[in-house]
Write a new protein. Structure first.
Length: 280
């Protein structure tokens, strides 16, 4: 991705080095897969157990710190690019886009949805309209999910922004009402549709990043598709359980995630992103 030299977002809240209680802490690099799989790309950290005791006290080396700072700059640029795209898409529909904030943290953080740690993976909290990312997740993508490349991380950010778009459009509120009256297995079916729609919205961003901004390099879309496939429920269950349990899917299969991201990239609009009426 051609991101260097481009402006970053003014809506980044850098809390790295501070614990949820405001105390300086060291940052661990590797989270527990079970938590990453639970919430990566849309989980609710308020339903996670207290992760304070899991936090690593390992200090970053100078090399790790420099690499993390570069990734922080990258994340800021990606957020800025999503702001440009969604302001345009909303304006084309006669709506106003309200920008979310993005919180960078290391180890653990207090969000409007409760305490969360690096183990929870990147997430969006509708209660405070903020994205939360521990930058060590980039290492998780590369080393544990075999999803390397900067556009893989850009996809992650764009997906979380997609959840913010859902919040602004009222989709999140409808989902919350469903959660209150459906069984877990029934709600999971709608959760898959919600997550696939966020993948679609990530693809919409990639469409404009490519066609308008011209910042997509050869191979970038493949990196995003690879990342989407890597975090499919079937692939994750196969790795962690050794078996696939479709009734427990919450985010969609590898093929579904790839398909809906690419649909968003292909169409570049809101109109074709109704996953709730799609035959999945």
């Amino acid at each position: 991705m051609l991101w260097r030299g481009r402006s970053g977002s003014s809506n980044v809240d850098d809390r790295r080095g501070m614990s949820a209680g405001g105390i300086a802490t060291g940052g661990g690099l590797v989270g527990l897969v079970v938590y990453l799989l639970y919430s990566f790309l849309g989980g609710d950290p308020s339903q996670l157990p207290n992760l304070n005791s899991m936090q690593s006290n390992q200090e970053l080396t100078a090399e790790q710190s420099a690499a993390e700072d570069t990734m922080a700059q990258f994340v800021s640029v990606v957020l800025a690019e999503t702001e440009v795209v969604w302001e345009k898409v909303f304006a084309d529909k006669g709506m106003q886009y309200e920008k979310p904030s993005l919180v960078l943290f290391r180890g653990q953080v207090q969000s409007g949805c409760g305490n969360a740690g690096a183990e929870s993976g990147p997430f969006y909290c509708p209660a405070d309209q903020k994205l939360y990312i521990d930058l060590s997740f980039y290492e998780e993508l590369k080393n544990r999910f075999n999803a390397s490349g900067d556009f893989a991380m850009a996809y992650v950010i764009a997906h979380e922004v997609g959840h913010h778009v859902q919040y602004l459009l009222g989709t999140s509120e409808k989902m919350q009402r469903l959660r209150e009256r459906l069984s877990e297995s029934e709600y999971n079916k709608y959760s898959v549709k919600l997550e696939l729609q966020a993948d679609y919205y990530a693809g919409v961003w990639a469409h404009y990043a490519d066609k308008d901004a011209g910042i997509v390099e050869p191979g970038d879309i493949e990196e995003a598709l690879n990342a989407a496939s890597a975090v499919g429920d079937d692939n994750i269950q196969k790795q962690t359980r050794g078996t696939i349990v479709p009734d427990a899917f919450t985010h969609g299969t590898s093929e579904q995630r790839r398909t809906w991201f690419y649909n968003g990239y292909n169409f570049g609009d809101l109109d074709h992103g109704n996953t709730f009426d799609a035959d999945l």
